[in-house]
Design a protein around this ligand. Structure first.
Ligand code: 0X9
Ligand code: ZN
Length: 763
């Protein structure tokens, strides 16, 4: 029986990708042995206990890098060490090698059985390739298989595209993948079962038929074929790809190699580690190939990255406790719960839905990345909950796959019913600078539908009449950009946004079509500083105590740490900014703020004549890099008495929060904080409470803006005082409109008429 199977898979492998390497045989079993080793679960409560735990572990099964429950492989003596530490290890697997041997024996036994379905035994990489080709051949009208790229060792990475013959085109797309991690054998089985059932139930089951006609499903069963083969041939517990790292270590964890917070918490810079992130985001061919495949799907809406084990449904974010912006966060929470519910109804198994970081922090993960490029990205951890971990008995493949097939049907129906929405991620501007256009960024999420190309539009109007349409430019990942036209001081620009879906739905912002458009008033500059010349700022106050990283006006030089830009090498306007020492030095930490605080003070600003002044600036703050980071803050205060007393304007990075660098625009009415007096001052204080961390701050394009003086006779607010104002007032006055109560005494009478006439004549 075995020879013909191997022959078929070899032939297919050659056909699919020109991959001429001999397949690693099924016997002898894996060379790396785990004799006498056990899997235990411990609960280290402190960083010290965690490091002791990791020290005694041969390998780690649950890839957490924080305190809390962790499953590790250990020898018998290590067990005593753990007990001595008071960690009370609970044994999940008595003998790992016995488990591996038994699994292999069972696989071999099943290979000799006649009436087993394909899903009742684990399969080699070659057998997967053969099966996908046979599926594509059997369902030629519905499915096609293609090689989307090669692994590091030249194995094909394949994708199956599945399409119902009914419904509209183009169709929104849903993507599933398995096996970023080699040893998680049930994950490619599950995604293959999903593909198989979608095809076999099309035209049979109405839910499947509806979803297949509505969506295109894309399945990448094995992202990491080199690691997968290696887990058959050499080390059953292999996780990563097969990169030879510098220093003689092997393997990059593909699920730490994606470009989202790459290099951050929950990933390792050590090639020996199971969560080694690689040398750069997308340093690995496997993650590159799958990235390019996903980015080339124009209508991708949702994605599940299947792993094992723990029975969890995880959604963004995986690296920060911050939650995705609404309505996405609520959507993730609802969908996680609905998928868990669907799973439970099949075989009664509990899968826990949660934000991925609640499991543990991980940076550079695939599902976080798919979310950043505009898909609803999930990670599902399949069976079991604990024992026997990755070595799930083959009789559990089908039940695991069945319950997850129920989950993906729910996912599809949920995506189908998602409504489109528009948001303004930078907020809606309330003021614009007179005479300058303003760039407006919008996020237009099509929900379960497809946007009609060219329909995203910004509508603007100044001073009555019809709105003018401005097409928005697409920036990718559902982001768009438009411009509010330049308007004169004192005038107001009204605006709203719309887009159309192919089914005719119109989506708008503000969301309710009947609500008023947004409006922003044009105001003027009182003070502007691009920091290219000295306009009277001072550095340092008597109690400043930072020893390095003192504020200076200069062109900053870029520094990076762990893949993060800590200090920018660019400014917002001109050549210079104020920066906490802009030199790069020999390392990122050479000239950052250390051991205290450094203060930057504005000149004294006379704002007594300004109408409702607004302070704005661009700021950069990073406390993200370095060990023991996140405790350092950047504080902006204002004073109305020349600097004698201060009130907080904003604080960036409250204790415990990481702040990733980046230039951010801040705009706030001064009167919300202090009264605009003749002696207003602003101070920027960057502090370093934790000397291990890297702290950098910069300020650029500081401005004070003021409302244009109000002209009482300008009744209609079009900035000119003319006959139109008189007629508008007369009309309101004649109708007893409260707006015409010019002296504010609660009545509209002759006295108001005379008072308005007086203001109008004076202009
Ligand atoms: O660590 C991983 O990559 C995944 N778990 S596994 O045991 N299959 O390796 C889970 C990643 C989920 N994301 C976060 N926990 N942030
Ligand atoms: Zn995994």
């Amino acid at each position: 029986m075995r020879l013909p199977t191997l022959f078929v898979s070899l032939t297919v492998v050659l056909l699919v990708g020109g991959f001429a390497r001999a397949q690693e045989g099924l016997t002898p079993g894996p060379e790396v042995r785990y004799d006498g080793q056990k899997v235990v679960r411990v609960h280290p409560g402190t960083a010290l206990e965690l490091s002791a735990t990791l020290n005694v572990a041969t390998t780690v099964w649950s890839e957490r890098v924080g305190v809390g429950p962790i499953d590790i492989v250990v020898t018998a003596d290590a067990l005593d060490t753990l007990r001595a530490l008071g960690l009370e290890p609970v044994t999940l697997v008595e003998d790992v090698q016995a488990l591996i041997d038994a699994e292999r024996a069972e696989i071999e036994r099943r290979r000799t059985l006649r009436d087993l379905s394909w899903f009742e035994n684990y399969k080699t990489n070659g057998e997967y390739l053969a099966y996908y080709n046979s599926l594509a051949a059997e369902f030629a009208g519905l499915a096609s298989v293609s090689t989307i790229g090669q692994s590091l060792q030249g194995r094909p990475i394949i994708a199956l595209r599945i399409n119902g013959t009914g419904g509209q085109t183009p169709k929104p797309q849903i993507i599933f993948n398995g096996c970023q991690h080699a040893r998680e054998w049930v994950s490619p089985m599950t995604v293959t079962y999903i593909a198989d059932q979608l095809l076999r139930q099309y035209g049979v089951d109405s839910r499947v038929t509806d979803l297949m006609d509505r969506f295109e499903f894309l399945i990448v069963p094995i992202v990491n074929p080199d690691g997968y083969e290696y887990s058959w041939s050499t080390d059953r517990m292999w996780r990563k790809n097969r990169r030879q790292n510098s220093g003689g270590t092997w393997g990059v964890d593909l699920n730490r190699n994606w470009d989202v917070n790459w290099g951050g918490e929950g990933s390792s810079g050590n090639g020996n580690n199971e969560t080694y992130r690689g040398t750069a985001p997308f340093s690995e061919p496997e993650s590159q190939v799958v990235r390019d495949f996903i980015l080339s799907q124009p209508f991708a809406r949702a994605h599940i990255d299947f792993h094992s084990y723990s029975q969890l449904i995880l959604y963004p974010w995986g690296f920060t406790t911050a939650t995705p912006p609404e309505p996405d966060n609520s959507r993730f929470v609802t969908m996680g719960a609905e998928m868990a519910e669907a799973i439970k109804t099949v075989h009664g198994k509990t899968y826990v839905p949660q934000h991925a970081i609640e499991l543990y922090a991980a940076s550079g993960t695939m599902a976080d990345w798919t979310y950043t490029v505009g898909l609803y990205g999930f990670t599902v951890e399949l069976r079991p909950t604990g024992n026997p971990g990755f070595i799930l008995p083959p009789e559990e493949i089908i039940p695991t796959a069945e319950e997850n097939f129920a989950a993906i049907l729910t996912l599809g129906e949920w995506v189908r019913d998602l409504s489109p929405y528009i948001t303004l991620p930078d907020g809606a501007p309330e003021v614009v600078q007179a005479g300058e256009p303003l760039v407006l960024r919008a996020r237009i999420v099509p929900g379960g539908g497809i946007l009609t190309e060219g329909t995203p539009t910004l509508w603007t109007r100044v001073g009555g009449g019809a709105f003018t349409a401005w097409p928005l430019d697409a920036l990718g990942a559902h982001m768009y950009e438009g411009r509010l036209p330049a308007v004169d001081c004192g005038r107001t620009v009204e605006f709203y946004l719309t887009a159309a879906l192919t089914d005719g739905t119109i989506v708008a912002y503000p969301p309710d079509g009947s609500s008023d458009p947004l409006s922003a008033e044009a105001i003027q500059i009182v003070f502007a500083d691009d920091f290219d010349a000295d306009r009277g700022w001072t550095v340092g106050v008597p109690d400043d105590n930072a020893v390095r990283g003192i504020w200076g006006r200069m062109a900053p030089q870029q520094t990076t740490s762990g893949g993060h830009v800590v200090q920018p090498g660019w400014v917002v306007v001109g050549q210079n900014c104020y920066v906490t020492d802009g030199r790069a030095g020999s390392s990122a930490g050479a000239w950052d703020v250390d051991n205290g605080k450094t203060t930057l003070l504005s000149p004294i600003l006379d704002l007594s004549g300004a109408h409702d002044p607004v302070i704005s600036y661009w700021r950069w703050f990073s406390n993200h890099a370095g060990s023991g980071a996140y405790n350092d803050v950047f504080v902006v205060d204002v004073s109305a008495d020349g600097g004698a007393t201060w009130t907080n304007f904003e604080t960036v990075g409250p204790t415990g929060a990481e702040v990733e660098g980046g230039w951010y625009f801040v705009q706030r009415r001064l009167s919300e904080v202090v009264a605009p007096t003749s002696a207003v001052r602003v101070r920027f204080v960057a502090s370093d409470y934790d000397p291990q961390s890297l702290v950098e701050a910069c300020i650029d394009d500081f401005r004070v803006l003021s409302r244009c003086p109000v002209r009482p006779g300008d009744y209609n607010g079009d900035t000119v005082v003319d006959t139109l104002d008189f007629l508008a007032f007369l009309n309101d006055w004649a109708n007893g409109n409260p707006k015409a109560d010019w002296n504010g005494d609660g009545e509209v009478n002759t006295i108001d008429f005379i008072a308005f006439l007086n203001d109008w004549v004076l202009g």
